[in-house]
Design a binder for this molecule. Structure first.
Ligand code: SAM
Length: 257
């Protein structure tokens, strides 16, 4: 049975809840992405695919003025709202599809983040959502997102602490096909993840047609020497593999004549 993304996350929502780094990507991706979002002080921020709010909370704590989180899984949103009720950071969460952002006004955010969202969207939905992100950003606003590295499924083995299974498909023939995967927590639990495979060309073309007309900054994130020193056994199988691909873009500032 092909479980929907919403069901996948509704079922696993307890295992995603965290207040400190626990998932592999809490070490290998999110600290880097947070740095890339800086400066966030006084910004209006939209977090697409916010999950239970781990990344949104850190952006708010870094001084974002307004933080809006949207996620397709009502259980992930409920977990985020429950923590918000306890911590009162002032984050507004709602359940919704990142593919339908019509209710949000043009040029209403300074920063849009999407931390491992696009790997759940097919190519058409990715193109559409990126066009919408461009519409939602103010001139000069920034867009930061990360996806699993498109090569990982073909280079890594099917083992802890992170993998995707291409099921016989290749880098090109796998485009727009859904690869199931798993990512581990440091306490030994693992959670299901998936990736609707897209190649490098797909991301760059989608961004250009969305209206982002400057070269993006790109980072290929990996297990660093610091990670390997922290826990050689856990990070060891990932040595030298490209794990995540991060993008940072800026919408052109308005030209005044
Ligand atoms: C890997 S989790 C990451 C959650 C969060 N961004 C984080 O970094 O902790 C991916 C999230 O994307 C959400 N998601 C997937 N497809 C979505 C869609 N079409 N619209 C909104 N959220 C979606 C899932 O429900 C899940 O919470």
């Amino acid at each position: 049975m092909n479980v929907s993304t919403q069901q996948l996350y509704d079922t696993a929502s307890d295992d995603w809840q965290r207040t400190e780094p626990i998932l592999l990507s809490d070490f290998t991706a999110r600290p880097f992405l947070l740095q890339w979002c800086e400066p966030v002080r006084t910004l209006d921020v939209l977090d697409l695919g916010c999950g239970e709010g781990y990344f949104a909370r850190q952006l708010k704590q870094r001084g974002a003025q307004r933080l809006r989180g949207i996620d397709i899984s009502p259980e992930m949103v409920r977990a985020a709202q429950q923590r918000e009720a306890r911590e009162q950071l002032g984050i507004e969460y709602s359940a919704g599809d990142a593919g339908d952002l019509r209710h949000l006004g043009d040029a209403s955010f300074d920063l849009v983040v999407a931390v491992f969202l696009f790997n759940y969207l097919d190519l058409e939905a990715t193109r559409h959502t990126m066009r919408e992100v461009h519409r939602l950003l103010r001139p000069g606003g920034r867009f930061v997102f990360a996806v699993p590295h498109p090569s990982l499924a073909f280079l890594g083995e099917k083992r802890a602490p992170f993998y995707f299974e291409p099921e016989g498909r290749g880098y090109f023939s796998g485009r727009d096909h859904q690869f199931e995967g798993r990512i581990w927590r440091r306490d030994g639990k693992d959670v299901p993840v998936r990736s609707v495979h897209k190649n490098l060309e797909d991301y760059f073309t989608a961004l250009a047609t969305a209206g982002f007309d400057r070269m993006p900054e790109v980072a290929e994130l990996r297990a660093t020497e610091a990670h390997l020193a922290l826990d050689p056994e856990w990070f060891g199988p990932l040595r030298d593999l490209p794990l995540h691909l991060a993008f940072r873009l800026q919408k052109a500032a308005e030209v005044t004549s």
